[in-house]
Design a protein around this ligand. Structure first.
Ligand SMILES: [Ca+2]
Length: 240
C-alpha cells in the first residue's frame, strides 16, 4: 500500500507541477518541453511555456502591443517586435519587459531559448529578468554583443539607475540570427547568480548579491527585438 500511496502522490504532484496546457500541443523535434525534466538542481519545475497554444496568457508584458506569439515555420514563439516599447522605466533600465504571471521564486533555475532579431551593432541585446519585485526593484541579465559597464553584465535596479554587479563576464555575447540557449542559476543562501549561454557547463557571467531574495522572472531587452521559446522555471515558490 505504501507504494500505491506514493505513486498516487507522485501523480498528483506532477499534475500540479506540469500544467497540461503547456504540453498539450504538439512539440517540435528536440523540444525539451515534450519530455521535460521535472526538476533541476533539486528544484521542481514550477512553470513552463513553449507557446504552442498560440497565445501567451500566462505572461504580463509592460506593453502588450510590443509582444505577440509568432508561428515560425510551425513552431510558436514569443516575439518582441518593438525596439522600444511604450513603457517608461522609473529609473534607467530596460524598456521591454514581459513577466511570468503569478509565480514568485527564491532559488531558481530559469532556462530559455532565445533569438536576437535585430541587426548587428555593439549593444545588440536581449535580457532576462529575475528577483523582480516591482518596476524599480529587480535584477536583470543583459546579453549584449560587446561588453562594457552597461552591456553584457548582470545588473541590479534598486530604486536607482541600473548598476552592474557582475564579478565576471565575457567580451560579449556573439549574437547571430540563430537560436541560442540561456540559463540563470540563483542561490539566495550564498547570493550566487550564474548565467550560462549555449555552454551549460561553464558560466559566462557571475555575481554575488543578496539584496533581493525573491521575485518574479521574465524576458525582454533593453532596446532591441527578439524571440523567446521553451521557457522552463525550476524553483522554490514563495507566496507573495
Ligand atoms: Ca514553441
Amino acid at each position: 500500500m505504501p507504494v500505491v500511496r506514493l505513486s498516487l502522490m507522485l501523480v498528483a504532484g506532477l499534475a500540479v507541477l506540469v500544467p497540461s496546457a503547456a504540453f498539450a500541443q504538439k512539440a517540435g523535434p528536440g523540444d525539451p518541453l515534450k519530455y521535460p525534466a521535472l526538476s533541476m538542481k533539486g528544484l521542481p519545475l514550477v512553470f513552463s511555456d513553449n507557446f504552442e497554444s498560440g497565445a501567451a496568457e500566462r505572461w504580463e508584458p509592460t506593453d502588450a502591443t510590443a509582444w505577440s506569439v509568432l508561428n515560425q515555420g510551425g513552431n510558436h514563439v514569443l516575439n518582441l517586435n518593438k525596439k522600444r516599447s511604450d513603457f517608461e522605466p522609473p529609473v534607467r533600465s530596460p524598456y521591454n519587459r514581459n513577466l511570468v504571471k503569478d509565480v514568485t521564486v527564491s532559488d531558481f533555475v530559469l532556462d530559455i531559448n532565445l533569438q536576437s532579431t535585430h541587426e548587428d551593432y555593439g549593444h545588440r541585446d536581449l535580457c532576462m529578468f529575475f528577483g523582480y519585485q516591482d518596476d524599480a526593484h529587480l535584477y536583470y541579465v543583459h546579453l549584449g554583443k560587446k561588453a562594457d559597464p552597461h552591456a553584457n553584465q548582470i545588473f541590479i535596479v534598486n530604486d536607482a539607475d541600473r548598476k552592474m554587479i557582475s564579478l565576471e563576464s565575457t567580451p560579449g555575447t556573439d549574437w547571430d540570427d540563430n537560436w541560442h540557449h540561456a540559463r540563470i542559476v540563483r542561490d539566495t543562501a550564498t547570493g550566487s547568480i550564474e548565467v550560462f549561454f549555449d555552454n551549460m557547463d561553464k558560466p559566462v557571467m557571475k555575481a554575488k548579491d543578496e539584496t533581493f531574495t525573491w521575485g518574479r522572472v521574465g524576458v525582454g531587452s533593453f532596446d532591441d527585438t527578439g524571440s523567446f521559446d521553451n521557457i522552463m522555471l525550476f524553483g522554490s515558490v514563495v507566496e507573495k
